[in-house]
Design a protein around this ligand. Sequence first.
Ligand SMILES: Nc1ncnc2c1ncn2[C@@H]1O[C@H](COP(=O)(O)OP(=O)(O)OP(=O)(O)O)[C@@H](O)[C@H]1O
Ligand SMILES: [Mg+2]
Length: 415
Amino acid sequence: MNRTIVGIDVGTTKICTLVAEVHDTGKVNILGVGLTPSKGLDKGVVVNIDEAVNAIATSVEKAERLSGYRIGTAYVGIAGRHISSLNSRGVVAISRPDHEITRTDVARAVEAAQAIAIPTQREVIHVIPRAYIVDGHEGIRDPVGMAGYRLEVETHIVTGEVMAIQNLIKSVERAGVGIDDLVLQPLASGAAVLTEEDKNRGVVLVDIGGGTTDIAIFIGGGIWHTVVLPIGGAHFTNDLVYVLHTPHNTAEYLKLKYGSASPTETIPEELDGIDTDTFSPGERQQVSRQLLNEILLSRAEQLIEMIGAEIRRSGYEGLLPAGIVLTGGSAQLPGLEELTRDLLGMPVRIGVPGNLTGLAEAIDSPPYATGVGLVRWGLRHGLTTTSGHPISEQSQGNWKQTYDRFKMWLREFLP
Ligand SMILES: Nc1ncnc2c1ncn2[C@@H]1O[C@H](COP(=O)(O)OP(=O)(O)OP(=O)(O)O)[C@@H](O)[C@H]1O
Ligand SMILES: [Mg+2]
């Protein structure tokens, strides 16, 4: 069955709205892309609602115009330092006389896993069942129909600050779009760039964007660890502003045109000088490419060290044979892939969203991993509804209603 799914990646650098026609077989046909520079966000979090609403509305309008669809609801990515996650186990007894496990038992077990103390200023974003244990037998992916006395579920629970969540919801809703679901950005990116084999073997997804670096660790097909680090491409650019004394736009231009984090690259003297502007109008200066790259290299080393520390902190360091998949706009910095491999001693590759048709060539690169992943998330975990309508129809979504549909959503989660 074909249906339409919309994903909105509210990033720190850009807002990207995708309208896609999807099929149960996993086919994703991109009908519309609405790309606009982000406003009103800092390190992945909405800090100015009016600016964010305008930017989101512009991106949505562009995608509507291109696709000929009126967007009613969308899957929306969430990130920011306020996100935290934990693993929790839920246990229930199977009371039916024949001891057959039903979907209701699974839902009860997942609910039991949520019986943890969550501070009042925090809200649950995801409760993701990872694996089930029936009468002590571990690693069961779908217990429905099995017989047993005791059902346990291992879940990954992601929470965020109520205010940060509400500000994002408000911004999207004020831009005229209801929310199908909020999806943690690294989980969305993972849905776009990781293979089933990566996730089964053990892999670290690292999405290095403009404001944040989002990490998700998958093992045995399930999600075990998620974290959002408040460092991204903007820090690389800001370092250039401070050390080279160039305006921000110039620093960003220099980074994209000449930047590299390759530790072995040496620039021949005759190619080293770049003529650029300064903070004083009309005044020019020569900037050294070698120095430019040293600045980027030292920030890259710091970020990779933080990623390594996070992998060690997770406790799953030895369980990740598929290594690290880097994605997000900043993963495109030349030399970063090799540097990560050298510093962390793990296999590293750049993850690009694939298996797309339609306007695929516009978005088959790392910055669009989250946007494409939101659509894939909707296809895999969403209700079988459509979130786009041919222009002339209008639909309004409601976040609370969506949240109340959790149990139906859970049903979709089971393999
Ligand atoms: N070739 C490149 N080399 C280095 N950096 C790059 C390159 N291309 C893009 N970037 C950087 O990628 C960043 C934007 O990435 P992306 O579009 O993934 O961010 P975002 O999703 O808006 O932000 P976030 O996910 O952090 O909220 C910018 O800082 C930009 O400078
Ligand atoms: Mg991003």
